[in-house]
Ligand binder design. Structure first.
Ligand SMILES: [Zn+2]
Ligand SMILES: [Zn+2]
Length: 214
């Protein structure tokens, strides 16, 4: 026959009334033996590393969509708080922030380059799409290829204007257009027409008298 359990080692449990009691009970159990629990967990991890890692990996995989959805929802709900906190941190830890940025740039330079290129092309495309207003062929010279098109400052002075708003031109200009909700005063021209207009004031296509034959 088994000896009776030693009551001093195994005090009888109080019956658990509700899940709150249960929570409280577990909490006490954990904090009462915290050091011990941590040590045991560490030992278990060392002995069963592969098993634990596999379990974690499977868990992440299984709840991937739920986790993503939850994070997205949480971010949307707490967006302002998150941004305010990050801004505050960045201000206080300016040197560290710059260090993190520099590290990121060094580690991901290829990715950043290709992503920037993608963005530049996308902003260019968006501007041309907006200002060509659904026209597939550009009126001045019937240029049909998007890559040959550019955005022209209708009243001229594109360079001066770019200097005024402090951008070097090219992709920054396309981004500026987007940020300013595509203001009026711009049109699509092919590079040739745009170039000729810049030099001679009008594209020779528009006034055949000004055409200079070869
Ligand atoms: Zn032209
Ligand atoms: Zn043209």
């Amino acid at each position: 026959m088994l000896p009776a359990p030693r009551r001093d080692l195994h005090p009888p449990r109080k019956p658990l009334k509700s899940s709150l009691d249960k929570l409280e009970y577990n909490r006490k159990r954990y904090w009462g033996n915290r050091e011990d629990n941590i040590r045991k967990a560490k030992e278990y991890y060392v002995e069963n590393k592969e098993k634990v890692l596999k379990y974690q990996k499977d868990y992440v995989e299984r709840y991937k969509e739920e986790t993503q959805a939850y994070r997205k929802r949480w971010y949307q709900e707490n967006k302002e708080k998150v941004i305010a906190k990050a801004t505050k941190w960045n201000k206080r830890n300016r040197a560290r922030r710059l260090e993190i940025q520099a590290n990121y740039r060094n580690k991901n330079s290829n990715y950043i380059k290709s992503r920037n290129k993608e963005y530049r092309l996308r902003y260019r495309e968006l501007a041309i799409e907006y200002y060509s207003n659904g026209r597939k062929i550009w009126a001045c010279c019937n240029e049909k290829v998007q890559q040959f098109l550019t955005i022209d400052h209708i009243d001229g002075g594109g360079n001066k204007h770019r200097k005024l708003i402090g951008i070097a031109g090219g992709h920054n200009f396309y981004y500026w257009l987007k940020r300013n909700n595509y203001p009026e005063g711009y049109q699509v021209l092919c590079m040739n027409c745009n170039h000729a207009k810049g030099i001679f004031g009008i594209c020779p296509h528009q006034n055949s008298d000004t055409t200079i034959p070869l």
